[in-house]
Design a protein around this ligand. Sequence first.
Ligand SMILES: [Zn+2]
Length: 250
Amino acid sequence: MEMDVAGTVAEWIQQSTKIVVLTGDELSSESGLSDYLGLGLNPHIRDFRENKDVRADYWKKLKEIYPSIFNAEPSPSHLALAELEMIGSLDCIFTQATDGLHHKAGSNSVIELNSSMLWVTCTSCGKDYSTDEVLSLVEKGDEIPKCIECGSDQLKPPVSFPGQPPPHWETREAWIRLHNADLFIIVGASLEHEPVASFPFLAKERDTKVVIISENQSPADDFVDAVIYGKPSQVLTYIADKIKQGITIT
Ligand SMILES: [Zn+2]
């Protein structure tokens, strides 16, 4: 990690009045969650809707994977960001993760760009359930859980399956927040796909400072104000400590 750059970023954080943060998979990995979406959990939406076997298979797989999501603990990255929200001008976190760990860490202002695995919606009547509640129906022997309200067996987490557009409200809200920000910090996120791929460039057009913290290179690295290659937990803990020191000294 480049400590000097991290120190400068700590100063930028203190000078900023509206900070937005984008997080992604690297934070989930730090909490021990493997890329469960990459494991082929989510089928194409058409197959899911039309084929009972696909739905049964989905719920069987989710039942196996879900305890690891539900029991995962926030990483030092999640905790450092929650701390920054408490002590500073962090306006909002957008996350690509669907594991709810920012909420668990105590962050209040979180936009889940890909929605959440922690709840399930009936696509027929709109009733929401906790994923736990639905999986307990699977536990009791329902291969495909049914909505208690309307009887439909078309329940699914609100995350986008292949063939579905990303959640609309979340993306729009993130754009609006980004428009008003003066510092945009991207931590452990993937910038490969739209709409997120455009976020750093949109911010630069508006003279918003942009910082990338990641173990991996990204297409935007050459266009932003600072890039720190390193483990998000290490970098964010270092930055949060710097800021706390600054607060006690002055
Ligand atoms: Zn229903």
